[in-house]
Design a binder for this molecule. Structure first.
Ligand code: JFZ
Length: 469
């Protein structure tokens, strides 16, 4: 199974995935230490002990990539990008002045915050992460530090984040913000040799004006995001790989954010140290509350580390009108289960159109996932990584005194071998049928066998509950 972007084709992608492979290994290795050290770190005020609780309980969220790039939708002046839709400014070398024109055309009159939020809710998602500002630098909210935002630069003039905040509050969904550190438009945030919206060549040389952008633009914007939109859940940073951004800036930013809002969760991309995980040589020389891996992790998860896998439904984050390479709803359910079985969260992306609509293909898939979650959500919410190695027939999750067997491949003879210490489980039943319908459970030295109903239920991934004594 592929976690995350299958065709990450940005110029930095190769380097990034290399960093990440090494990074994830180190991350895994350092997991436990990292937590104890963070708690002992006096520079950062103590976060509430249960800061991660809602996030671990949630397990499933919606990623929304939305911005000016929804207008070209992958095609500018008759040229199509074969890469990510939200990278079009960079990929097609669109000059700043020319790209800015899209702002005057951004008028998503069909945007309805309540609709998006209830869609997420009905899918069984518990939080929503929206691109408040992506690499192109355009702000979806009423930002006081720039005119390049939804209020000043577009005919729409509605604060998208404010409307989402209200709908989220009403529906019990946690609102979270993605914020790109890299900014292709701000004059002080350009590459040392040439603007980042072009190929972004820098040869490791830094832009001396960048600290000014960091101090007088990035930080004030982040302050707006954490101050004006209620009880937001996560700040999801990205674009930290530009050489101008330093590990000191990341630490400073993390300390400031958590100082003001100790309960706020911040992803690890706030820290440069993550990108150069090789440089993460000192114990605890790393900030951020959860990892953002992009690849398979061990069958029994990464102990002691919180992480979240984000994923597209097709091959782009931002809307592209000609990308029809959709994953099936069944695959998406299996991905969600796979991630949960390894102890992670699943952040599934939608890329709304310039009109403000989530594509029908995405909605159909979300509805199918929601149907599965309605019956089987218990095996996902608040679950932790599988206690056993990955079985051939599917995945496990666990919670309290229950182990959940997620059956990808229904056994032909109806007999499902499950790992267990002898006598570990007292009953087995299908989650869809309830404990009133127990199944035969035979225990051997090496495990147990459950006699499943002869015919597989129609559900894409039927879930078997194994209750411990
Ligand atoms: C970044 C963005 O560039 C992209 O547009 C999208 O928003 C995605 C969610 O995040 O892409 C990345 C960032 C990091 C890696 C790969 C893609 N990485 O570490 O391998």
């Amino acid at each position: 199974m592929k976690i995350l972007i299958r065709n990450m084709t940005s110029p930095i992608s190769l380097k990034m995935s290399l960093f990440l492979s090494i990074g994830l290994a180190l991350f895994t290795f350092m997991g436990c230490k990292e937590q104890t050290t963070r708690q002992a770190e006096p520079a950062v005020p103590m976060a509430p002990a249960d800061k991660m609780e809602w996030w671990r309980e949630a397990r499933f969220g919606m990623f929304i990539h939305w911005g000016l790039y929804a207008i070209p939708a992958g095609e500018h002046n008759g040229k199509r990008t074969d890469r990510l839709g939200e990278w079009i400014m960079n990929t097609l070398n669109i000059p700043i002045k020319e790209y800015e024109q899209y702002a005057s055309k951004f008028n998503p009159t069909r945007f309805n915050a309540e609709e998006w939020v209830t869609l997420a809710k009905n899918t069984g998602m518990k939080y929503l992460v929206i691109t408040a500002k992506h690499h192109d630098g355009f702000a979806l909210w009423d930002s006081k530090v720039t005119e390049y935002d939804i209020m000043d630069a577009t005919p729409f003039q509605r604060d998208i984040l404010a409307e989402l905040a209200e709908a989220c509050e009403k529906n019990g969904i946690k609102l979270c913000f993605y914020y790109s550190i890299m900014d292709w438009r701000h004059p002080d945030a350009q590459g040392a040799w040439e603007p980042y919206y072009q190929q972004g060549r820098h040869d490791g040389k830094v832009n001396e004006a960048f600290p000014n952008y960091f101090k007088s633009y990035l930080k004030p914007q982040v302050t707006e995001l954490i101050s004006n939109y209620g009880d937001i859940g996560v700040l999801w940073f990205d674009g930290e790989w530009v050489p101008d951004y330093t590990t000191e800036m990341g630490k400073e930013l993390y300390a400031e954010i958590t100082g003001k809002r100790p309960g706020l969760i911040v992803n690890n991309r706030v820290d440069k140290g993550r990108q150069g995980m090789q440089g993460m040589n000192k114990e605890g020389d790393f900030v951020g509350d959860f990892g953002t891996p992009e690849q398979e992790v061990p069958g029994t998860g990464i102990q002691g580390v919180d992480w979240e896998s984000c994923m597209t439904m097709n091959d782009t984050w931002g809307y592209k009108h000609f990308d029809h390479n959709w994953k099936s709803a069944d695959d998406l359910v299996r991905n969600l289960v796979d991630v949960a079985s390894k102890g992670g969260n699943y952040l599934l992306n939608v890329g709304p159109t310039a009109a403000g609509e989530i594509p029908a293909e995405s909605k159909d898939r979300l509805k199918a996932i929601g149907k599965w979650m309605q019956v089987n959500g218990e095996a996902i919410y608040g679950s932790t990584a599988s206690p056993f190695e990955k079985p051939v027939w599917g995945r496990y999750t666990q919670k309290e005194n229950k182990v959940y067997a997620h059956i990808f491949d229904w056994p032909e003879n109806g007999e499902l071998p499950v790992d267990a210490t002898p006598g570990e489980f007292k009953t087995a039943y299908m989650l869809a049928d309830g404990p009133g319908n127990p199944l035969d459970l035979e225990t051997f030295d090496s495990g147990s066998i459950v006699k499943l109903p002869a015919t597989a239920p129609g559900d894409v991934v039927p879930v078997l509950v194994l209750e411990k004594r």
